[in-house]
Design a protein around this ligand. Structure first.
Ligand SMILES: C[S@@+](CC[C@H](N)C(=O)[O-])C[C@H]1O[C@@H](n2cnc3c(N)ncnc32)[C@H](O)[C@@H]1O
Length: 156
């Protein structure tokens, strides 16, 4: 995908202090004028129900997840934590460090083995990992028409 001068530091698991200086803002960020991280600054974000989404729980109970699982745009990690609690290997990635910190704290509290890392969904190849299942709960629909093809290509 051209035009994205991303210098996210997936390897270290941290983002630069100013997220807009370290990667190209998404269409949602350009629209709102705020980095995604701001959604997690004042209590739970509107989409964060504090538990896994019922559709994900149902999908998991029906065997919808196998092998290594990537949760793209994992937020505070409820879905990733649920899938990991079933014994699967799960990596949750997000650009919002605040959300990732909450997710890691939940994993510690609950004693669930799961990884959370800062990574841009438009640069998934930088993870240098392969996954058998990619979970996207609420990320794809935040991208505009121009962003969607590039994102889908990176999940292949
Ligand atoms: C609507 S929220 C859904 C969060 C979570 N999946 C859930 O179900 O609660 C979208 C998430 O995608 C993250 N996100 C947005 N753009 C991203 C990108 N380019 N790469 C990785 N994560 C991104 C946001 O920070 C946010 O946590």
């Amino acid at each position: 995908m051209s035009g994205r001068e991303t210098i996210l530091s997936e390897q270290s698991g941290t983002l630069a202090d100013n997220p807009f200086s370290s990667r190209h803002p998404t269409s949602h960020e350009r629209l709102t004028g705020l980095p995604w991280d701001a959604s997690y600054h004042n209590g739970p974000a509107p989409w964060d129900i504090g538990q896994p989404q019922p559709a994900i729980v149902r999908l998991a109970s029906e065997g919808g997840f196998h092998g290594a699982v990537l949760d793209a745009g994992c937020g505070t990690g409820e879905n990733a934590l649920h899938v990991a609690s079933l014994g699967l290997s799960v990596l949750g990635v997000d650009v919002a460090e605040t959300a990732l910190a909450i997710a890691r704290a939940k994993a510690d509290d609950r004693g669930i083995e799961v990884e959370f890392a800062a990574a841009d969904a438009f640069r998934l190849e930088r993870l240098r990992r392969r996954f058998e299942t990619v979970l996207d709960c609420g990320l794809f629909h935040t991208f505009d028409r121009d962003e969607r093809p590039g994102y889908v290509a990176r999940r292949r």
